[in-house]
Ligand binder design. Structure first.
Ligand SMILES: N[C@@H](CCC(=O)N[C@@H](CS)C(=O)NCC(=O)O)C(=O)O
Length: 287
């Protein structure tokens, strides 16, 4: 599949990125941010880190650096942010509060193939024709950084099985947070938790800093963190081994720092406002 992208279009997309970064840098640290809506520019995070040795350099010779754009909420960006934090990848992240004009938001409505976020470019993906669809981005990044089982098709498929199951598990969050285990069988939380542990039996040990995490494991971490934040201890009540896994995964270098940083945005209300109340732009610069 060949792509006929003109240099002119690519230059235009680079100029859109530069304009978004300039506006974000110029925005005052005192600006009040409530979640989605009402901000003058995107949030800009130039993430610089030393890639962990167990992962592959995502960027090949001649390719542009990774730019990842999502909204100024956790939402569909969070597994991707957690993956990049785990790998300690360097990249540019832009988070849109959706109040800013599209000229200062990389024209994502026009550039994104489905007109929605998240989008990514770089690492072989043109700026002017980014990738969209969160799961497609997750799989692309997993393949580039070596977070897909490190082997052949079957290993990749096993990671995908875990990835999809972790997403099914997230749909049970309400029950798990409430401690309601009344759904029986393989659709219930108890059996799913046991099956997830079995799926991970032959995967990298998250307690071992030098092991590689795969994208299914990162998706699981994202799901478990969300549940545990809603009601501390609910994962442990469901499954002690899963709780132990969660603690080890959340404590890994890269992930631990990310979770404490200003890039880990607060949870939002159904109206997409931070449930912890308004913050100021300067708060997001905490590292
Ligand atoms: N299936 C898509 C869904 C994308 C999506 O719904 N994106 C929302 C944010 S979570 C968006 O960009 N909304 C902007 C709008 O509706 O204008 C994915 O996984 O990426």
């Amino acid at each position: 599949m060949s792509s006929l992208i003109s240099t002119q279009e690519e230059d235009l997309a680079e100029a859109e990125l530069a304009a978004a970064i300039s506006a974000a840098v110029a925005a005052p640290d005192s600006e009040v941010l409530v979640g989605l809506g009402g901000a003058s520019a995107m949030l800009y995070f130039p993430v610089k880190n030393d890639l962990k040795p167990q992962y592959n350099e995502g960027r090949r010779s001649g390719e542009k650096e990774l730019v990842f754009l999502y909204l100024f909420i956790r939402g569909l960006g969070e597994t991707i942010r957690l993956m990049l934090a785990e790998a300690q990848a360097s990249y540019t992240h832009l988070a849109s509060p959706m109040g800013e004009p599209q000229e200062l938001a990389m024209e994502w409505r026009k550039r994104s193939p489905n007109g929605l976020t998240p989008i990514m470019s770089g690492l072989g993906v043109p700026r002017s024709e980014p990738l969209c669809q969160s799961s497609a981005i997750i799989r692309y990044l997993a393949s580039r950084y070596g977070m897909d089982g490190g082997g052949g098709e079957l290993e990749r498929a096993r990671c995908d099985v875990l990835f999809e199951t972790a997403r099914d598990f997230k749909n049970k969050a309400k029950e798990i947070v409430a401690g309601d285990y009344s759904t029986s069988g393989a659709k219930g939380a108890v059996i799913t938790a046991g099956n997830i542990l079995k799926m991970m039996a032959y995967m990298g040990d998250v307690g071992e800093e030098t092991s590689a995490m795969n994208y299914g494991q990162v998706q699981l971490l994202n799901s478990l963190l969300a549940m545990d934040e809603e009601r501390k201890g609910c994962v442990g009540e469901l499954s002690a081994p899963l709780e132990e896994w969660l603690q080890k995964a959340a404590g890994r270098t890269g992930i631990r720092e990310y979770l404490k940083s200003g890039m880990r945005f607060p949870n939002v209300t159904p109206q997409y406002k931070f449930d912890t109340g308004p913050m100021i732009r300067g708060d997001t610069k905490k590292i």
